[in-house]
Design a binder for this molecule. Structure first.
Ligand SMILES: [Cu+2]
Length: 308
């Protein structure tokens, strides 16, 4: 065998290897199929690896999408806020400022009617006479609701200034207050001429006129017609008073045709004084003398005599 050419040895070995391999493979088909299965399994392995990688990727993508959502929400809120602002009357004052003005003043003898016009927003308004409304805090004055005129009564003559202002529900001024000065004329009273009867003189005290009893210093005559002409007089001592009946029909008493001057203590007595008859008495004593007409009890009089 050592003489065999190595080239031939290889030719012999190749068939032997092929036969042996056949025998080996044929007696172990199961193994061969397992080997083929191992190869197929190795290929799908990388595929499941790719899938789990793809899944986690979309997840982080979803999360950032959720975060951006709250971002648009705050954008919607500022849009809602501007709506309540108009209700708070903040924007309106800017576009529709409150202004108040006095339209007219109707001045009567002792009252003033103030008509007011207000533009813009306000709750109510205040008005004050001769005192400004407070620029801060409660405006003060008279609170007026739902009316655009106000009447001041008992306004004294002279110069006055009325102040009006629109206020909010807290009575604080909204906008500028308006004012107007006016004059109430002196009240001219045409009093009837005061006519004081005999024995009285017109006097004026504190611009008020009245009749005040005076002292009569000259003799005088008092007519008797239904009653004593003067119920009460003050005379100077020494003055002579003459009573004279001038009444034609003395039916007042019903039963007599005369009047009578009778001092209640009997100091003097005229007796019967028929129509046209007169009687005099000179008062030389200081004092108070009351007298009556006896047939006519409603006829009474008094003369006070003074020594001056
Ligand atoms: Cu009489």
């Amino acid at each position: 065998m050592s003489n065999i050419n190595p080239k031939y040895s290889i030719l012999i070995l190749i068939p032997l290897l092929l036969i042996g391999g056949y025998l080996f493979l044929g007696s172990n088909e199961q193994t061969e199929s397992d080997m083929s299965n191992d190869i197929v399994i190795a290929e799908p392995v990388p595929e499941p690896v790719v899938e789990p990688v793809a899944e986690p990727v979309p997840e982080p993508v979803v999360e950032p999408v959720v975060e951006p959502e709250p971002v648009p929400e705050p954008v919607v809120e500022p849009v809602v806020e501007p709506e309540p602002e108009p209700d708070m009357a903040n924007p309106p004052p800017a576009s529709n400022p409150t202004s108040i003005s006095i339209v007219s003043l109707d001045i009567e003898t002792n009252s003033v009617t103030v008509s007011v016009n207000i533009d813009g927003d306000f709750d109510h308004w205040h008005i004050n006479l001769d005192n400004q409304l407070s620029e801060s805090g409660v405006a003060g004055g008279i609170m007026v609701n739902y009316q655009f005129s106000h009447i001041f009564t008992d306004v004294q003559p002279g110069e006055h200034t009325v102040y009006v202002g629109a206020v909010d529900s807290s009575h604080s001024l909204v906008g500028e207050q308006a004012s107007q000065t006016f004059t109430v004329a002196e009240l001219v009273v045409e009093e009837p001429e005061l006519d004081c009867e005999f024995g009285f003189a017109k006097v004026e005290i504190d611009m008020v006129e009245s009749c005040e009893m005076i002292v009569i210093r000259e003799d005088f005559t008092m007519e008797l017609k239904g009653d004593f002409q003067f119920k009460e007089l003050t005379i100077q001592k020494g003055v002579t008073v003459t009573w004279k009946t001038t009444e034609e029909n003395l039916g007042a008493g019903g039963d007599v045709n005369y009047h009578q001057v009778f001092e209640i203590n009997g100091l003097f007595d005229s007796g019967s004084l028929i129509l046209g008859k007169k009687w005099s008495y000179t008062f030389n004593e200081v004092g108070v003398f009351e007298y009556v007409c006896p047939p006519h009890p409603w006829m009474i009089g008094k003369i006070t005599v003074v020594d001056e």
